[in-house]
Design a protein around this ligand. Structure first.
Ligand code: F6R
Length: 610
């Protein structure tokens, strides 16, 4: 939700700001803006549209100056207009500010400031902050005026601020919205996330909530809201800039779909020891605590919530632990009962989803042990949880989540084995065959990716249909939900996921010859025969059947209009393999409809506001 970037340097900064904007664009693409200080005046350019469109119109490369801020917006307060684009400035254009987050008490602050004579030029909550800082910016430095203003703000915010009065200084603030500091050679950056600065430095400082950083080209000092200095270490990022580039693929989504064999291999390899699963210190639960867990609550949003549903299946089926799945957004606003020996696991690619952060905090405050499954090092969720298991998917830039999802499934599978082992819910032999099963997944994923031709063919035939149904059972019901979500978000086609047997209780009324029905039908002992029955039901009503079937299955090709094959694997692991054709189907469909696959309308990668 909005991306912010700032640079203070010994050299011109417009290109660094532009590069940062391009890499942050997945966070919001309603409007874009940049301001720099050049020859003692503030150069401000902004407007609605994507980064390239606004750059084409305003030519950011003509912004001179060695200090600047830039912003890409995902609107919350105020329409998508040029005026509401950031940066926001005070009336005499001496202070500029970029903001990611929501100011909850902005209406009363606006009234207070208007009474003092401030005139506002936008409808945003963000603009009040710049006027509020101006109120305190009398005889004190910018960071002190900011600090005093912050005490009046309620809500979430990551801020970048600059002033003509102190033209070599950027002030950065973090409170419940992500912000990092990049430490370069003779320059400093502030940014919403790491890829925005990677071209220039791999040294970053993760700001904590209620910290203020004062950046000059050669120095970075950090204070808290009481003005007390804080010592913080810079971390070295171990992935390079190429990890956050397209590497010859047309879109990040396609690149990230194809990275899944590698991403899963990296996620599992250091945790597999022979026929065993070992989590070193990541989980932060003793063997006794693992044995003592009485209940697990899985928390997440969107795609990560679908991973939670698959996790519930694995943990109950194999580790025999009662497990519940909660939408993080709902969990935080009820009064959930957390009994003794409850383990709350938050799943999040970004680690910054506002609802998931809040739900995890709630669970922790109520006495649960907490664990995060997360892809971004040092993100908020990892700092709240007692332990973190990182998915090693690398940066996920495409707004639609792909490799983060399947690596989350892989981690849940490993965690299930580790808990089952400690609790003696599975025999050594069963664990051995589960470990062997997941070892084969990266290679098997390669052969699923090779099904691309038939998937593209389906997209070519059906991309003009206006509805789709996705059906699955057991561990593949969440995969059906995920397939439908992928199609919806990148192609804007209405799609619904259902447990296959539920179809008879209503959705079957929708089926006619215009309705593609994607059915996940691996050959397993649990549900295969039942799914064959569901296929017949769809067929009898004229629906178009695209089946995800196991290699070698002879029944399904006779019944379905299209069969896309996945290799034979353990039932639980079929979820990982089955996810891939559904991602590709959504990708090709969206492409054929001319959609902006990496930046679907109305969405943003990281939902850091409620
Ligand atoms: C869908 C998608 C979203 C995210 C959701 C949670 O493709 O990406 O539904 O899964 O916003 O995000 P994280 O996992 O970062 O908490």
């Amino acid at each position: 939700m909005c991306g912010i970037i700032g640079v203070v340097s010994g050299q011109q900064v417009h290109q660094k700001l532009l590069d940062g904007l391009l890499s942050l664009e997945y966070r919001g693409y309603d409007s874009v803006g940049m301001c720099t200080i050049d020859k003692n005046s503030l150069i401000l350019k902004k407007g609605i549209g994507k980064v390239q469109e606004v750059h084409d119109k305003h030519d950011f490369s003509r912004n001179g100056g060695k200090i600047g801020l830039a912003h890409c917006r995902w609107g919350t307060h105020g329409g998508i207009t040029d005026e509401n684009a950031h940066p926001h400035v005070n009336e005499d254009k001496t202070i500029a500010l970029v903001h990611n987050g929501i100011i909850e008490n902005y209406a009363e602050l606006k009234e207070f400031l208007a009474q003092k004579g401030h005139v506002f030029s936008s409808e945003t909550d963000s603009e009040v902050i710049v006027h509020l800082i101006e109120e305190f910016y009398k005889k004190v430095p910018l960071e002190e005026a900011t600090r005093l203003a912050l005490h009046r703000l309620e809500g979430s915010y990551a801020l970048g601020i600059l002033s003509l009065r102190e033209p070599g200084k950027l002030v950065a603030v973090r409170n419940e919205s992500p912000l990092i500091i990049g430490v370069g050679k003779g320059e400093h950056f502030l940014a919403s996330d790491v890829p925005a600065v990677l071209k220039h430095t791999n040294k970053v400082i993760y700001l904590e909530d209620k910290e203020i950083a004062v950046l000059e080209k050669g120095s970075c000092t950090i204070i808290d809201y009481d003005g007390k200095a804080k010592e913080k270490q810079a971390h070295t990022i171990d992935w390079g800039v190429e990890a956050a580039e397209k590497a010859g693929y047309g879109h990040f989504m396609l690149k990230e779909i194809h990275e899944q064999p590698q991403a899963i291999a990296e996620t599992i390899q250091e945790r597999l020891h022979g026929n065993d699963v070992v989590f070193e210190d990541e989980i932060n639960l003793s063997a006794d605590e693992m044995r003592g867990v009485k209940r697990i609550i899985l928390l997440g949003c969107g795609t990560s919530w679908h991973a939670c549903l698959a996790g519930e299946f694995m943990l109950e089926e194999l580790a025999k632990i009662p497990t519940e799945v909660e939408y993080a957004s709902e969990f935080r606003y009820r009064n959930p009962l957390i009994g003794e020996h409850t383990l709350a696991i938050a799943i999040s690619q970004s680690g910054e989803t506002a609802d998931t952060v809040a739900a995890l905090k709630e669970a922790k405050e109520k006495g649960a042990k907490t664990l995060a499954i997360c892809n971004v090092k040092g993100s908020s969720i990892t700092r709240i949880a007692d332990g973190t298991i990182y998915t090693r998917a690398g940066p996920e830039i495409g707004v639609a989540s792909t490799k983060a999802f399947t690596t989350q499934l892989a981690v849940l599978y490993l965690l299930t084995i580790a808990l089952a082992k400690e609790r003696k819910a599975l025999t050594g032999k069963q664990i051995g065959s589960m470990v062997q099963g997941i070892r084969r997944i990266p290679l098997q994923l390669q052969s699923v990716l090779a099904e691309d031709g038939e998937i593209r063919n389906c997209a070519a035939l059906y991309h003009k249909k206006t509805n789709s149904l996705y059906l699955g059972r057991g561990v593949n019901f969440p995969i059906a939900l995920e397939g439908a979500l992928k199609l919806k978000e990148v192609s804007y086609i209405h799609a619904e996921g259902y447990p296959a047997a539920e179809m008879k209780h209503g959705p079957i009324a929708l089926i006619d010859k215009e309705m593609p029905v994607v059915i996940i039908a691996p050959q397993d002992v649990y549900t295969y025969r039942k799914i064959l029955g569901n296929i017949e039901e769809v067929k009898a009503r004229g629906g178009i059947i695209i089946a995800i079937a196991t290699e070698g299955d002879r029944e399904i090709p006779k019944k379905a209009d299209h069969a896309i094959f996945i290799p034979k694997t353990l039932y639980t692991l079929s979820s990982i393999l089955a996810a891939i054709p559904l991602q590709l189907l959504a990708y090709h469909t969206a492409l054929m409809l001319g959609r902006d696959v990496d930046k679907p309308r109305n969405l943003a990668k990281s939902v850091t506001v409620e």
